[in-house]
Design a protein around this ligand. Structure first.
Ligand code: NAD
Length: 303
């Protein structure tokens, strides 16, 4: 019987699905990297989320390993190069968090437009600062979406329900039924809200620098729930301090857990600790889907 090791918590329905399909499953979610290296040699499949670092030495210790499944999207924690060299398939579940991230972005837009987090903090400190928390409506505003993939499109559909104009930029997409496609410069200049839904790579790293910030509309609200590093946080800080940017909302940071060094002092910052996919529904979908694709692959190989 083929064996699957799960080293990060995934949804129980995913685990039971793999068992029902005739595989032996061991869930060991508190193993150190050294512990994983000691046991991985017994398994054909490994399933992780983002905590387990599947580095070269871990993969090399997996003498029988055929597949590595990542419940979720990013493969930053997996040495995909070594896996490829050793003919080990790497699978993930790219679409499972689309709705969750899109809803967080809508939450960011309304929170920033109406200062909900700051007003909550103020009222908790015993204040009643009605004038200070005047806001703007989303209706009639232009939302610029950078990256017209799964999440970008899901954000656009939801923004339309708020009567927003949506424009988008994506070098690989020239036409869309959902969004008016424009060039990057137009998007930066015309948008009242700008949200990023691109991967982090050489073409997207620091795609917002101070030069871009200086082209933006005064009061623009800038959102990043994609990956840290797409926006230069120092440029965002400068934009806020110079009064160009009205608010910044971030779920992802250049340096996670330490972002306070750059933007922490900014009153018009809304921040969440990378919770885009952190919903009951997305986690459940990720657990079930990773179970399904890993099982499917192992069954195919066994044939
Ligand atoms: P996707 O692959 O469906 O879409 C990405 C789009 O970006 C593609 O259409 C691609 O053509 C476009 N793109 C690539 N380079 C570009 C560039 N230079 N300028 C403009 N567009 C460019 O991906 P997705 O599922 O929509 O995810 C988008 C991002 O959200 C990814 O970075 C993903 O890692 C991130 N994400 C974050 C969370 C979270 O917890 N906050 C959860 C899930 C996904």
């Amino acid at each position: 019987m083929m064996k699957v090791l799960i080293t990060d918590q995934i949804h129980p329905e995913g685990v039971s699905y793999i068992r029902k399909q005739g595989f032996e499953v061991d869930e060991k979610v508190d193993l150190s990297k050294e512990d994983i290296k000691k046991v991985i040699g017994d398994y054909e499949g490994l399933i992780v989320r983002s905590r387990t670092k599947v580095t070269k030495d871990v993969i090399e210790a997996g003498k029988k390993l055929l597949v590595i499944g990542r419940a979720g999207v990013g493969l930053d924690n997996i040495d995909t190069e070594t896996a490829r060299e050793r003919n080990i398939k790497v699978l993930n579940t790219p679409g499972v968090s689309t709705t969750s991230v899109a809803e967080l972005v809508i939450g960011f837009m309304i929170s920033a437009a109406r200062h909900i987090p700051q007003a909550t903090a103020s009222i908790r400190s015993g204040n009643w600062e009605k004038e200070k928390f005047s806001g703007i409506e989303l209706a009639g505003k232009t939302l610029g979406i950078v990256g017209l993939g799964r999440i970008g499109n899901a954000v656009a559909s939801r923004a339309k329900a708020f009567d927003m104009e949506t424009i988008g930029y994506d070098p690989y997409i020239t036409k869309s039924d959902n969004i008016q496609v424009v060039d990057f410069d137009t998007l930066i200049r015309k948008s009242d809200f700008i949200t990023f839904h691109v991967p982090l790579n050489d073409t997207t790293k620091h795609m917002i620098s101070i030069n871009q910030v200086r082209k933006m509309k005064k009061g623009v609200i800038v959102i990043n729930a994609a990956r840290g590093g797409i926006l230069d946080e120092k440029a965002l800080k400068q934009g806020l301090d110079e009064g160009i940017i009205g608010a910044v909302a971030l779920d992802t940071f250049e340096t996670e857990k330490q972002f306070m060094t750059v933007l922490g002092g900014e009153e018009n910052l809304i921040a969440t600790p990378h919770i885009g996919a952190q919903t009951e529904e997305a986690q459940k979908r990720a657990g079930i889907e990773i179970g399904e694709v890993v099982v499917e692959y192992l069954k195919e190989i066994r044939r």
